[in-house]
Design a binder for this molecule. Structure first.
Ligand SMILES: Cc1cc2nc3c(=O)[nH]c(=O)nc-3n(C[C@H](O)[C@H](O)[C@H](O)COP(=O)(O)O)c2cc1C
Length: 203
């Protein structure tokens, strides 16, 4: 699988980090194109103490990476800006209200907004992990517009019924739910009443 992942300037950078960690480890995924919005860099610094705009994934995962390529959000000529580039979908985690608005209105004025626009026009999965609280009517309308265009609105709302040990486990399980939505079930993902669903579902 080839996927595109973007992090934008909403709260919840830890969720994006756990998603990238799972994708780097998943052998079914051969290439990840990654974009961090300019404003996400501020949130990454605030929430995870990661600074600078280069090598963001190495810094986030504290290790060398094999398959994740980072693009600048201003690089409107990157491969993922074209529908001719093969891709199995795009995840924006977390997705700010600003980026949601750009996608809902088809602005395509940054690499993230353009790649999302391309994902929709090519009828590929686009998962928008929106994060804000409370929502105003503009947010709600934009979510409807994006959903009507084919996006999945996957709000950053973690589960509690799996009794997560702390924020990291909560973030990891949320990232696993996002990946399961794309058919990438993860080992260690919590499954409600797995014993009732037969062998192979406990993880
Ligand atoms: C610490 C911090 C937390 C933020 N949290 C959110 C949030 O949860 N949701 C949101 O829509 N914007 C949030 N913002 C504001 C966005 O970063 C801002 O609207 C920005 O313009 C979004 O740009 P981007 O979508 O290009 O990343 C936050 C900003 C900061 C500095």
């Amino acid at each position: 699988m080839h996927l595109t992942v973007a992090i934008t300037g909403a709260s919840g950078a830890i969720l994006g980090r756990e998603l990238l960690r799972a994708l780097e480890a998943d052998e079914r995924v051969t290439r990840v194109h990654f974009v961090a919005s300019e404003n996400s860099l501020r949130v990454l610094a605030e929430e995870l103490g990661v600074s600078g705009r280069n090598d963001v994934v190495e810094k986030l995962l504290s290790s060398k990476i094999k398959k994740i390529i980072q693009h600048a959000d201003a690089d409107i000529g990157a491969a993922i800006a074209s529908g001719s580039h093969p891709s199995n979908g795009m995840i924006i985690l977390p997705c700010s209200m600003g980026t949601l608005a750009a996608i809902a209105l088809g602005l395509a004025d940054s690499l993230i907004a353009r790649a999302a626009d391309v994902t929709l026009k090519e009828r590929r999965p686009l998962i928008l992990c929106v994060r804000e609280t409370p929502f105003n009517r503009i947010h709600l309308r934009n979510m409807t517009l994006a959903a009507e265009a084919g996006a999945t609105i996957f709000p950053c709302i973690p589960a509690f019924y799996n009794h997560p040990e702390g924020p990291e486990e909560m973030a990891r399980q949320f990232a696993y739910r996002v990946l399961a939505h794309l058919g990438l079930q993860q080992p260690g993902a919590y499954v409600w009443k797995a014993e009732e669903q037969g062998p192979g579902t406990r993880d």
